[in-house]
Design a binder for this molecule. Structure first.
Ligand SMILES: Cc1ncc(C[n+]2csc(CCOP(=O)(O)OP(=O)(O)O)c2C)c(N)n1
Length: 324
């Protein structure tokens, strides 16, 4: 399937925007940004390839590694940075930080500190769409480690039984924290587990944004048309440590280097579009410049925003009773 030039530029913009956002987070972490942060560098083709097929009204649930999902769904960079800075102008008024980033205005229902915490939220959201007769689709991003939790099996079973419009997207990056997936997971392809629930399962190269885009398009279209849930597994790799500050004793530097040098999803995308000449060099440079401008503006916005007061911590804990 061929994509038109605007779509190619859009895909490049989204992947690079995530990468540059996170490189900036890495630079600021421990200074202006505090609290745990799990980077998505190396996995950008997954969120981008999937979310490029979604409408604004569609919904996604995320993981502890949520920056990529949030930005690919179209989140505002200013509000995202301000959230990580713990500022009042952030998406969650600075109360969530990296691991609880949510952007309801673009249908991002939240990152989650609980591994596997998104399965039932996504499945419930899909049930809501069905009950309300809406055409929206829900995407549930999760890791290979999370696929071994009971919540995965409970959620997929019900979604299959009720024919819900939800796509479970497994980001199989080969590691769950310090554990290699071969030491914890009984199947090589997690999408094969779809067969146990009578639904479709597809495994793709998650560092090939075209492969992710095409598979996601097929499954999302089917779910929107009432054909029910599916599992899409994207094989990818986490270039950074599990969290910022991870000593990474469980893997070799050469393993990381190999992925970085030969399988970077953004470099692979650039190589592909340069080979066909579909996007010109000035157009590529223009995307880079746009992102740098957007980043600079967002960082400045976060830096000059105010910090919530200790009393503010009690705000928004309970829903306020609507005026009668
Ligand atoms: C219920 C639960 N168990 C354990 C943890 C600790 N923990 C945080 S991230 C992680 C690994 C998750 O691996 P995976 O689902 O593959 O996602 P990845 O980090 O590779 O993106 C673990 C075990 C947790 N946060 N929640």
């Amino acid at each position: 399937m061929t994509l038109n030039k605007d779509k190619l530029i859009d895909i490049y913009y989204n992947m690079l925007r995530i990468r540059r956002f996170e490189e900036t987070v890495k630079k600021k972490h421990g200074k202006q940004i505090i609290g745990p942060a799990h980077l998505y560098i190396g996995e950008e083709a997954v969120a981008t390839g999937v979310c490029s097929n979604l409408l604004r009204e569609d919904l996604v649930t995320s993981t502890h590694r949520g920056h990529g999902h949030t930005l690919a769904k179209g989140a505002n960079l200013r509000k995202a940075f301000a959230e990580l800075y713990g500022k009042e102008t952030g998406y969650c008024k600075g109360r969530g930080g990296s691991m609880h980033l949510a952007a309801f205005d673009v249908g991002m229902l939240g990152a989650n500190g609980v591994v596997g915490g998104g399965f039932n939220i996504a499945t419930g959201a899909a049930l809501t769409q069905q009950i309300l007769n809406k055409k929206n689709v829900v995407v549930c991003f999760f890791g290979d480690g999370a696929s071994n939790r009971g919540t995965f099996h409970e959620a997929v079973n019900l979604a299959a039984l009720w024919n819900l419009p939800v796509i479970y997207v497994c980001e199989n990056n080969g590691w769950a924290s310090t554990t290699n997936s071969l030491d914890s997971t009984a199947v090589v392809n997690i999408a094969d587990r779809a067969r146990g629930y009578g639904i479709k399962g597809i495994t793709v190269d998650g560092n090939d944004v075209f492969a992710v885009y095409n598979a996601a398009q097929k499954l999302i279209k089917a779910a929107r048309n009432g054909d029910g849930p599916a599992i899409l597994e994207a094989k990818t790799y986490r270039i950074e440590g599990h969290f910022l500050g991870d000593p990474q004793k469980y893997r070799t530097a050469s393993e990381v280097e190999e992925w970085k040098l030969n399988n970077d999803p953004i470099e692979r995308f650039l190589k592909a579009i340069r080979a066909t000449g579909e996007v010109s060099e000035p157009e590529i440079e223009n995307v880079k410049r746009r992102i740098e401008d957007e980043l600079e503006d967002a960082v400045q916005f976060a830096e000059r925003s105010i910090v919530p007061t200790p009393e503010d911590a009690l705000e928004d804990v309970y829903a306020k009773e609507a005026a009668r």
